[in-house]
Design a protein around this ligand. Structure first.
Ligand code: TRP
Length: 453
């Protein structure tokens, strides 16, 4: 980060930029498959409760820390208290782990875009096999992964993010409208109503600790929390912008899009497979298998599919660019590299880390972590279900007991009254740290097969 810290022109500029980072594959690809896998309505309910408590408190805290110190994560923690500088470092590892596998999925999106444009889109009843055959290959998925991360690197290298951002500001509203159209269409497919019920009505018998962990990891991931990103964004905001209402708007935006993506995918799973648990548990492949079936059944579906994947590609690119930008600037600052070398090294590391995630569905498919996770699932688990909760926990302890909530409250009150102040203090000091420790403990034991919850 340079000395001349630029700042957002106003609240709208900040909210749009933060929402641009937040909205990406996390909302469109990750949320629906987790909701499908972890019991539908119960996952949605837990997610919304967490967003209103944890998400809201943590996002407010991170943005306020950034604005207070005017620094990004590593510098901000160090400036506030030297003993807590390590939290900034752990936060900085997260995007290094996420970027490679994010780009593998970005590659899948690119492949689907090209398939729809060139008229080779999967036909409905062959959709499962089409996707399975594609990711099981060695060369093809790696090629698309390379194209996606290559585009990301070129944009970051030439510093032309602004161009992409402009395009994506136009694309994003179109994506929302198109997703809405697809969701409405999905909901009215024959047999889809069961899916709508599954997605909206919570079934408490499906509740488990892993549901909460999955929802919590998704919340951090989707809102770009617990990895220092929002601290950086906060450092760019002017003092008179209301943090409380900005956070509210970002949350509504992000959660709204995730909700709609679920509505696009989950009812369709029921329409095409009758809610078969195996179909619901497809994990990372769910969107790529289900949506082509929806498109195949729609009039003009090939064109709609092509437009859809183009829009998703832009949402994914703005996120991957911001992820890579973060990693590049950490390397620049900490390893004292110039920008060119930093870009080259980050690209090489990301390609190396991304290869196992790509190969894990084919050639290296026999290597499973904890007996069930592929490489991609494993990287996803380590970042979302381990490191991010750890960072979130340490951030809460630091703010609740070392820095004291008052520092954050004062920062928020620079722009008027902090309405949900009491909730903020309760979540940061008690609710979040206690829940995170319990959930993390149980789920690590569970992943290792020591207990069954
Ligand atoms: N929130 C993004 C999404 O939903 C993913 C993401 C996680 C991200 N961390 C980030 C994007 C950091 C940009 C910067 O897809």
């Amino acid at each position: 980060m340079g000395d001349q810290r630029s700042s957002f022109t106003g609240k709208l500029g900040f909210v749009l930029a933060a929402a641009g980072s937040a909205v990406g594959l996390g909302n469109i690809w990750r949320f629906p498959y987790l909701a499908a896998q972890y019991g539908g309505g119960i996952f949605l309910l837990v997610y919304i409760i967490l967003a209103l408590t944890f998400g809201y408190a943590l996002m407010t805290a991170e943005i306020a820390i950034g604005r207070k110190t005017g620094l990004s994560a590593i510098g901000a923690f160090k400036a506030l208290d030297k003993r807590y500088a390590f939290v900034g470092y752990i936060a900085a590892i997260v995007p290094v782990i996420i970027l490679p596998y994010y780009s593998v999925i970005g590659g899948w999106v690119t492949k689907y875009l090209v398939a729809f444009i060139s008229g080779q889109a999967p036909v409905a009843d062959a959709s499962d096999a089409y996707f399975g055959d594609f990711i099981a290959q060695t060369g093809e998925p790696i090629l698309w992964f390379s194209i996606f991360i290559g585009i990301t690197a070129v944009v970051v290298f030439f510093g032309v993010e602004k161009g992409i951002e402009k395009v994506s500001k136009v694309m994003m509203p179109i994506l929302i409208v198109l997703a809405l159209v697809i969701a409405v269409y999905s909901v009215f497919l024959p047999g889809a109503m069961e899916g709508v019920k599954y997605y909206i009505l919570p079934d408490f018998s499906k509740f488990s600790v892993t549901t909460v962990l999955a929802a919590m990891g998704q919340l951090f991931y989707s809102m770009s929390l617990a990895m220092g990103i929002m601290i950086t964004y906060g450092s760019y905001i002017k003092k008179d912008v209301s943090l409380e209402s900005s956070v509210k708007q970002i949350e509504i935006f992000d959660t709204g899009i995730a909700f709609m993506a679920g509505l696009m995918v989950i009812p369709a799973v029921f329409a095409f497979s009758g809610g078969d648990p195996a179909a619901l548990g497809k994990g990372p492949s769910l969107m790529f298998i289900t949506l082509p079936k929806v498109f195949a059944s729609m009039p003009g579906g090939t064109i709609i599919g092509a437009v859809f994947f183009l829009l998703v590609l832009f949402a994914a690119l703005t996120s991957s660019i911001s992820l890579m930008e973060t990693v590049v600037s950490i390397f620049q600052d900490k390893l004292k590299l110039n920008r060119t070398w930093s870009c080259v090294i980050v690209l090489l590391i990301s390609v190396l880390l991304g290869l196992p995630s790509s190969l894990g569905f084919g050639a290296w498919g026999d290597i499973l972590f904890f007996g069930k996770m592929s490489f991609l699932d494993f990287f996803d688990f380590i970042s979302n279900s381990v490191l991010m909760p750890v960072v979130a926990f340490l951030t809460c302890i630091f703010i609740g007991y070392v820095l004291k909530p008052k520092a954050i409250i004062d920062e928020v009150e620079l722009a008027g009254k902090f309405k949900r102040k009491d909730l903020f203090v309760f979540v940061i000091k008690y609710l979040a740290p206690i829940c995170i420790v319990l959930i993390l403990g149980f789920s690590i034991l569970e992943a290792m097969g020591i207990i069954k919850v």
